[in-house]
Write a protein that binds this ligand. Structure first.
Ligand code: FUB
Length: 339
C-alpha cells in the first residue's frame, strides 16, 4: 500500500500546486474530537491550516517540510468553526491566495480568502467571506494558457449545497442567498425525474478577492450516453464534493468525489466552465468515508494527491495524505494503478 506522504499530523483534502519548482500542499488539518460521527460531518471539526512542501514525490518522502500553522479560526473574523478543505493560487501580482470554507456565525458555510507573500504563508484573512460565496471545497484554477483564474466549489449534505436548491426558493440560487435550513443535513434531490445538483464555478476578478459581477454559475456534467445532465439518483456519477480542475493538452478535466459511493471520478470539456461530459473513475473507494484529491504535474509526470485513514487505522475524521502517479491513455482518459 502507498505510504502516507505526511505523518506528523493528520491531514486530508490535499490541494497540490507547483510553485518555484517545489510541490506545495494545502490540506485540511484533522484533529481528535469528542463529537459523534454523523452524516452532517460535524466530527470534521478542524481549527487551523498547515502548509507542506516537498521536492520529491517518491517514498520515503524525506524532504517533506511542515511550514507550520498559517491560519487559524480565530484569525478569521467571520468564521465560527470547521475550517474544511482549502486551496491556493498565485495571482498576477505575485501574491498567494488561500481560499478556504468555514461556517460563519450563523452556521452557514461561506468561502474566505487570505493573502500571503510566499506559498508557505502565513496568510492574512479578509474580514468578510467572498461576496456571493457559499458551500464548501473551493478549488482554484489559473488557466495556464489565458491566465484567467476561477474558483470551483460545492458539496452536498454537510456541505449545504442542497440548501440553495429547495423548492420554493426565489431569485438566483447561485449567489449564496435563499439559504433554506430545512434542507440541512444528509439530504439531496432524488427520484426518477430529479437532476443531480451541479457544482459551481465562478471567475475571479483581477483582485483575486472577489468573483466577477456575473458571480457563480452551474458547472453542468452530462452523461455521455444521453447527453443529458446526470440524474440525481445516479450516486456512482453525480457530483458530491471535492471539486478539482486541471488542464492537459488543451482539455479541461473536472474531477470530484461521488460521496456516499466513495469514488473519485472526472469529466472533460473544451471550456473551463463546461458543459462537461462524464469520463470515468480515477480512484476506487479507500479506507474511510471521505475521498478528496487534487491533480498536479511535477517534473513531467502527473500525480494524484488524495487521502485515506490508514494512519488512524480507519477513523473517518483522522485522515492522511497520500500521492500516486496518474496516467493517460492515447485518448486522454485518466487512470491510476491502484494497489
Ligand atoms: O475535510 C472536511 C470535508 O470532508 C471536506 O470538505 C470534504 O471534501 C471531505 O473530504
Amino acid at each position: 500500500m502507498t505510504p502516507p506522504l505526511i505523518t506528523n499530523i493528520y491531514t486530508a483534502d490535499p490541494s497540490a500546486h507547483v510553485f518555484n519548482g517545489r510541490v506545495y500542499i494545502y490540506p485540511s488539518h484533522d484533529r481528535e474530537t469528542d463529537i459523534a460521527f454523523n452524516d452532517n460531518g460535524d466530527q470534521y471539526d478542524m481549527a487551523d491550516y498547515h502548509v507542506f512542501s516537498t521536492s520529491s514525490l517518491e517514498p520515503p518522502y524525506q524532504d517533506v517540510v511542515d511550514h507550520g500553522v498559517v491560519l487559524r479560526t480565530e484569525d478569521v473574523p467571520w468564521a465560527s468553526k470547521q475550517l474544511w478543505a482549502p486551496d491556493a493560487a498565485q495571482g498576477k501580482d505575485g501574491k498567494y491566495y488561500l481560499y478556504f470554507p468555514a461556517r460563519d456565525h450563523e452556521g452557514i458555510f461561506r468561502i474566505g480568502v487570505a493573502v500571503g507573500d510566499a506559498p508557505e504563508g502565513p496568510f492574512k484573512a479578509d474580514p468578510e467571506p467572498i461576496p456571493g460565496s457559499f458551500s464548501i471545497d473551493p478549488a482554484s484554477f489559473v488557466d495556464p494558457d489565458t491566465g484567467d483564474a476561477y474558483l470551483y466549489f460545492g458539496g452536498l449534505w454537510g456541505g449545504q449545497l442542497q440548501c440553495y436548491q429547495a423548492p420554493g426558493a426565489t431569485g438566483n440560487n447561485n449567489d449564496g442567498s435563499n439559504f433554506d435550513a430545512a434542507w440541512s443535513g444528509p439530504q439531496e434531490p432524488k427520484g426518477p425525474d430529479a437532476k443531480a445538483l451541479f457544482p459551481k464555478v465562478a471567475k475571479l476578478d483581477a483582485s483575486m478577492h472577489k468573483f466577477v459581477p456575473e458571480g457563480a454559475q452551474d458547472l453542468v456534467i452530462l452523461a455521455p450516453e444521453t447527453g443529458e445532465p446526470i440524474p440525481a439518483d445516479d450516486h456512482d456519477r453525480r457530483f458530491f464534493e471535492a471539486a478539482w480542475m486541471h488542464k492537459r493538452n488543451g482539455t479541461y478535466y473536472f474531477s470530484y468525489s461521488t460521496g456516499d459511493t466513495h469514488y473519485l471520478v472526472y469529466a472533460t470539456s473544451q471550456s473551463p466552465t463546461g458543459p462537461f461530459t462524464y469520463g470515468g473513475r480515477i480512484l476506487e473507494p479507500v479506507l474511510g468515508w471521505t475521498t478528496h484529491h487534487s491533480i498536479a504535474e511535477f517534473q513531467g509526470r502527473w500525480w494524484l494527491f488524495h487521502h485515506d485513514c490508514e494512519l488512524s487505522k480507519g477513523v473517518n475524521h483522522l485522515r492522511c495524505v497520500k500521492v500516486r502517479e496518474i496516467f493517460y491513455d492515447e485518448e486522454g482518459k485518466m487512470f491510476t494503478k491502484q494497489d
